[in-house]
Design a protein around this ligand. Structure first.
Ligand SMILES: NC(=O)c1ccc[n+]([C@@H]2O[C@H](COP(=O)([O-])OP(=O)(O)OC[C@H]3O[C@@H](n4cnc5c(N)ncnc54)[C@H](OP(=O)(O)O)[C@@H]3O)[C@@H](O)[C@H]2O)c1
Length: 433
């Protein structure tokens, strides 16, 4: 049977991994499909300096993605460029040229995925984006196929490998974030500008996509409360351990009576939970269904596994092209679905961990307890490690379940107290996982 032809745009980490897999695993792939996936064109700005695997045979090389999109033999364009500028132009041009598209681009799909899907459906072409979230976990396929018969009630994920590596190293070694980040940058695990990872932007784009798949909503980044990991210290891990918890950057979505609550933020997890055991640069997703109960998915988030996700998407789209079945239903719902509407995280009810740094003097606990009582927040425990200095004394208060709004009001009032060295750090305690 005749092959399905592929054009690859972007030959960085993901693009070069994709080419290597297509070259080295081409025979297996052909056996699974019944025909070959043939790379006919590749593109990057520095394509002529790139080594293209010899096993791929003769491949057209260009620095201009328009030549891939317009290439008469290309059936599927893989967008592996990243960002939202050239990538958006190229995906839209591919759709206009009636080429199917595979993308690994979470940023683009989080920003304008619903519109891109609508255009793809209207054009009758196929689109796939498995590699955009958790490269090593086929979570799109799980949510769109594997457990699509269930009604997802909650989804919690560790979706940023860099943050998870930093937090688990801090937990293991007791070193501060700045030192671990510098080492991660030296080893190539973290970008020179780490903001997208440690401030939560990357994880938020991924949660936009997973929440849309899980809850059938048109979710935007603005629907998701986001807080990064910059304020987490080794001391917080020591206190968390005393409480039999650990700390992870948790991407969460949950149906509540008020609506859908979405957040990306560091949180305390009971040490006994499966998510607490996720170490280093691994990703994980835990899903709770109304009928199917708990399922858990685990794997690498970057590197070669992302190449596997792209190649598997190319195979999926090739099958769809051969079967004449373009996707007719966008994974993003077209309308807000009423009771599923994203609502403010301030409605969330949780127990909270509050960490203070104060200039020590008598009466501090009484003052803080007074503020908590005035907001109707029940105090659970006070923890304080021995400390030499009275000028910068850390301690922790945990409080019973209350609303995020009440905690915010309390923290704001506490921040104004003259003995406070910095605003209190408030972390939710995800005890229900
Ligand atoms: N890295 C991962 O493990 C990973 C995991 C999951 C998803 N992703 C996603 O996969 C995508 C690619 O990531 P990456 O890490 O492979 O990026 P990368 O290493 O920076 O590679 C980007 C590639 O795109 C090419 N490029 C950029 N602008 C271009 C333009 N205007 N025309 C033609 N080529 C252009 C670059 O060309 P030059 O090399 O010539 O500059 C480079 O080959 C992103 O959307 C990312 O979010 C990555």
């Amino acid at each position: 049977m005749q092959e399905v032809n592929v054009g690859i745009v972007g030959l960085g980490n993901v693009g070069s991994s994709t080419l290597a897999i297509l070259a080295e695993n081409g025979d297996q792939i052909a056996l699974k499909l019944g025909y070959r996936l043939k790379v006919v064109a590749v593109c990057s700005r520095s394509v002529h300096a790139k080594k293209i695997p010899a096993g791929l045979g003769d491949v057209f090389k260009t620095t201009d993605w328009r030549e891939v999109v317009a290439h008469p033999d290309v059936h599927i364009v893989a967008e592996l460029v990243g960002g939202t500028n050239a990538a958006a132009d190229l995906v839209n041009a591919a759709i206009e040229n009636h080429k199917s598209v595979v993308t690994a681009n979470k940023e683009l799909m989080a920003a304008c995925g619903p519109d891109i899907w609508d255009r793809a459906i209207q054009a009758g072409i196929n689109l796939a984006m498995e590699a955009s979230v958790c490269g090593g976990i086929p979570i799109h396929a799980v949510l769109r196929e594997g457990i699509s018969g269930d009604r997802v009630m909650a989804l919690y994920g560790i979706l940023n490998g860099t943050c998870n590596y930093i937090l688990t190293e801090m937990e293991k070694t007791g070193a501060p974030l700045a030192n671990i980040l510098a080492e991660a940058q030296r080893l190539g695990y973290a970008e020179a500008d780490p903001s997208a990872d440690i401030d939560g932007f990357d994880a938020r784009s991924k949660l936009v996509l997973l929440a849309a798949l899980a809850f059938g909503e048109r979710i935007t980044p603005a629907d998701i409360f986001m807080e990064g990991i910059r304020r987490i210290t080794p001391l917080d891990f020591r206190y968390a351990h005393t409480l039999k918890h650990t700390i992870r950057l948790i991407c969460g979505g949950r149906r509540t009576a008020d609506g859908l609550i979405l957040s990306v933020r560091p949180a305390l997890l009971p040490a006994s939970t499966i998510l607490a055991g996720v170490q280093g640069p691994y990703n994980a997703v835990w899903v709770k269904g109304q009928f199917g109960e708990d399922t858990f998915y685990y794997g690498w988030g970057a590197g070669h596994p992302t190449g596997v996700a792209v190649v598997s998407d190319l195979m999926r789209v090739a099958r769809e092209i051969r079967g004449g079945s373009p996707e007719r239903v966008s994974p993003f719902a077209h309308e807000r679905l009423g009771d599923n509407k994203p609502v403010s995280v301030t409605l969330q009810r949780r127990a909270y961990y509050l960490r203070f740094r104060v200039d020590d003097r008598p009466g501090i606990i009484a003052k803080l307890a007074g503020i908590l009582a005035s907001k109707n927040i029940g105090l659970e425990a006070v923890l304080q490690e021995p400390c030499d200095t009275k000028r910068d004394l850390p301690f922790v208060i945990t409080v019973e379940q209350t609303s995020e709004q009440s905690i915010r009001d309390a923290v704001e009032e506490m921040s104004r107290l003259d003995f406070m060295r910095e605003a209190p750090l408030a972390l939710p305690m995800e005890t229900a996982l």
